[in-house]
Design a protein. Structure first.
Length: 94
């Protein structure tokens, strides 16, 4: 995989809302996508090139959103539930 120029990446914004993007990496630390938390989208990185076309983006799932929000470690079920409730992914009314 080609190395990304992080100076260039820092200049990119979401093509839809013009908001900031965060780098999403795989388990080996390789860049996989640029994520927009506001639009809940991930723009893929292929061969070191960010694909910033809205039709190429995928919807972020709950786990992706937790990672994109910068939550490093959620060590207990209570902390995970608190995060999901706070970010409206879990309805506590039964």
């Amino acid at each position: 995989m080609t190395a990304l120029d992080h100076r260039l990446i820092d200049l990119l914004v979401c093509p839809i809302c013009k908001g900031p993007l965060k780098m999403q990496r795989d388990a080996e630390g390789q860049p996989q996508a640029l994520t927009c938390a506001a639009d809940r989208l991930a723009f893929p990185i292929r061969d070191g090139i960010p694909i910033m076309l809205p039709e190429e983006a995928r919807r972020l799932g709950v786990v992706d959103e937790i990672v994109a929000a910068g939550v490093k470690r959620l060590t207990s079920i209570d902390r995970i539930q608190d995060y999901l409730v706070t970010h409206h992914h879990l309805n506590t009314e039964y």
